[in-house]
Design a binder for this molecule. Structure first.
Ligand code: NI
Length: 179
């Protein structure tokens, strides 16, 4: 088990374009994936991208599990490792919802995202993943894959009146998770 430090906004390593993974099934990639899960679970997040632990590769993980209680209206998102993802939006429609990020601790904002999405990539054994999703699942994938292109959610915020500290925004209510 290896829990890594999560880089925080301001670190230039979060602004790089990550490199494609050349081969799946290597001990190095398998160790990276284990470390990503260990780190995400230790931090209580719903997703994590390799650049957030300083590894400049196109690997993201996400999935809800026990943090689903913090998203009571969201359909479950299966625990997923997605390598070299390719996203294709389905239509122009966007939704707005709260997001947080483990690299931007203590803050939340309303972020617009495409409502429906097809995403493809590889799983850790090199098998293709091809899913069509919408809503919360589509939001999580867009958020995590943005990390692979050096994008953090504050760069997507349009209405800065709905960007603030979690404990101020939600003094006693349900808190959207960091992801
Ligand atoms: Ni994030």
């Amino acid at each position: 088990m290896a829990v890594h430090e999560i880089l925080r906004m301001g670190d230039p390593r979060l602004l790089r374009r990550a490199e494609p993974v050349a081969r799946t099934g290597t001990p190095e990639l398998d160790a990276l994936i284990r470390d990503l899960f260990d780190t995400m679970h230790a931090a209580g997040g719903a997703g994590l991208a390799a650049p957030q632990i300083g590894v400049n590769l196109r690997v993201v993980i996400f999935g809800t599990g026990e943090v689903l209680t913090r998203y009571p209206d969201a359909a479950p998102v299966p625990p997923t490792v997605l390598i070299n993802p390719v996203l294709e939006r389905l239509g122009q429609e966007q939704d707005e919802d709260w997001e947080g990020c483990l690299s931007v601790p203590g803050l939340r904002a309303i972020v617009p995202r495409y409502r429906a999405l097809r995403y493809r990539g590889l799983d850790p054994s090199g098998q293709p993943i091809d899913r069509t999703v919408e809503g919360f699942h589509a939001r999580v994938v867009q958020h995590e894959c943005d990390h692979l292109d050096g994008m953090l959610y504050p760069m997507r915020v349009r209405d800065f009146s709905r960007f603030g500290f979690t404990d101020v925004l939600f003094p006693e209510g349900l808190k959207p998770s960091d992801d």
